[in-house]
Design a protein around this ligand. Structure first.
Ligand code: ZN
Length: 152
């Protein structure tokens, strides 16, 4: 048995907070990740699908809005949503309050994952090339080479 906290006391001072809990819990078969996001921020960096991993998001506070193949889906405080392997999604905080969400994934390793981002040149979501260094991550459109995002 292992017990841990979802967040640290100083999490609220950060506009985006992430806590990977699988390790602390010793969870072998399931990924347990806790996110806090200020309004306007996304949960993940890309519209994506995991080919082998299913994911469940439990909204503890605020509203999570997911871009999906069926359009936008809002998940309110106290609600939960499941994405089967192969289903596209990207979660956002498009509400006015801070979002607190617990994400569960099984199996624990995400495995093969397809990433897409909105490309202004192609005017659609296109596959992504990720250029990752120690200090920053830059995304490029795989189809035309346009930079589609940068994170530090
Ligand atoms: Zn493009």
């Amino acid at each position: 048995m292992r017990k841990t906290e979802l967040s640290h006391p100083d999490s609220e001072t950060q506009s985006r907070y992430f806590n990977a809990l699988s390790e602390a819990l010793g969870a072998d078969g399931i990924a347990v990740n806790y996110f806090e996001r200020d309004p306007g921020m996304s949960i993940g960096d890309c519209y994506h699908r995991h080919r082998e991993q299913e994911e469940v998001f439990i909204v503890l506070s605020g509203t999570a809005t997911f871009d999906t193949a069926d359009g936008e889906i809002s998940v309110e405080t106290g609600e939960t949503i499941r994405f089967a392997p192969g289903e596209w999604q990207r979660g956002w905080n498009r509400g006015s309050e801070r979002l607190q969400v617990l994400a569960l994934g099984a199996p624990r390793e995400a495995g093969p994952t397809d990433l897409r981002r909105e490309c202004p040149s192609c005017d659609q979501r296109t596959p992504v090339i990720v250029d990752e260094s120690d200090t920053e991550v830059i995304f490029y459109c795989k189809d035309c080479g346009t930079e589609t995002g940068q994170y530090t």
